[in-house]
Design a protein around this ligand. Structure first.
Ligand SMILES: *Cc1c(COP(=O)(O)O)cnc(C)c1O
Length: 335
């Protein structure tokens, strides 16, 4: 693996910190907990998409693009980070927002990430739920090309082999950091959605022979569907990097027990996880991804899934801007 062979820009603040979560760990009475702070990637309040955008925007510039087109749910963190990256690089940004989440308050379409998308100057177009949104984005790109633009279309979540390179790099960074700090990692847990994060991590860990298991806590799809999608992208990413022998299927593990009512639909476990992280560690999780990811980690700890002498790293993928669109279900002062 040699990442310098791929075009890139350098938006991401790296390395992101690896910090203990001792107070949360003590409260749960479980393994030693650390958090990899990819909420601190430095672009427009941070998050995991910045790492992917280093490579995706590098590819867009290498192709001579003047416009990026992408898509996501209304409160997409990926869209917010892409809009900021485009502004930073002097590209136009056009996004399609899917009205995917039912029963949100009226300000769901004006606050949080959408507010920032507009601030970064992106043009927004809404879509009803259930369409093939990547196909919609391709069509929007073709329409812009017909008007003379040079568009580069980024799939939802930035999840293709180019975007996943960002998480190959994250895997290498985390292992080196843990080695420097003398921390032997037994397990990595994070939220998985459009699959690029887990696919890149697994490809990086397999490709570098770091034998660290990863559990992706699904925020949308059932386990089998999610594992198959992550594995497919991990294989494609490994292929792009020339990793010998591919990705063993059993290295891809997802858990869909914490999705609740669906993507973006609040759960009690999510609300508890957001509250605990805030009040024991001063950490901001988010309602759609990292809150459900942490809800999964907390529940697995309570079920005794990890030994007390083990070390678990929670990869914090960001998303705190989305909290503002969920004030109706999150606790306030003293609650
Ligand atoms: C997109 C996102 C994820 C999921 O990452 P994927 O690469 O899409 O699987 C997790 N957390 C946050 C905050 C995100 O925005």
């Amino acid at each position: 693996m040699h990442l310098a062979r791929f075009p890139r820009v350098r938006l991401c603040h790296r390395p992101t910190p690896l910090e203990p979560m001792d107070r949360l760990g003590r409260l749960l009475g479980g393994p030693k907990l650390f958090v990899k702070r990819d909420d601190c990637t430095g672009l427009a309040t941070g998050g995991n998409k910045t790492r992917k955008l280093d490579f995706l925007m590098g590819a867009a510039l290498a192709r001579g693009a003047d416009t990026v087109v992408t898509q996501g749910a209304v409160q997409s963190n990926h869209v917010r980070q892409t809009a900021a990256a485009a502004a930073r690089l002097g590209l136009k940004c056009h996004v399609l927002l899917e009205r995917r989440v039912p029963d949100r308050p009226a300000d769901y379409e004006t606050t949080g990430n959408v507010f920032l998308d507009r601030l970064f100057g992106a043009t927004l177009d809404y879509r009803p739920p259930g369409l093939d949104m990547n196909a919609e984005a391709e069509r929007a790109g073709e329409a812009l090309a017909a008007q003379g633009a040079v568009p580069y279309v980024i799939p939802g979540g930035g999840s293709n082999p180019t975007g996943a390179l960002g998480y190959v790099e994250a895997a290498l960074e985390l292992v080196r950091q843990a080695d420097d700090m003398g921390i032997a990692i037994d397990h990595i847990v994070h939220a998985t959605g459009s699959t690029g994060t887990q696919a890149g991590l697994v490809a990086g860990l397999v490709g570098s022979n770091a034998h660290i298991p990863v559990t992706g806590i699904s925020v949308r799809q059932p386990r089998e569907v999610q594992e198959a999608a992550v594995h497919k992208l991990a294989e494609e990413t490994a292929g792009l990097l020339g990793v010998q022998g591919g990705i063993p299927r059993d290295r891809v593990v997802a858990n869909s027990d914490y999705v609740g009512g669906g993507y973006g639909v609040p759960t009690e476990g999510m609300a508890e996880a957001v509250r605990l992280a805030a009040r024991t560690e001063g950490l901001l999780l988010d309602p759609v991804y990292s809150g459900k990811g942490m809800a999964g980690l907390i529940d697995l700890i309570r079920k005794g899934r990890f030994g007390r002498d083990e070390t678990v790293v929670f990869l914090h993928t960001g998303g705190s801007v989305g909290l503002f669109a969920y004030q109706d279900v999150l606790p306030g002062e003293g609650t």
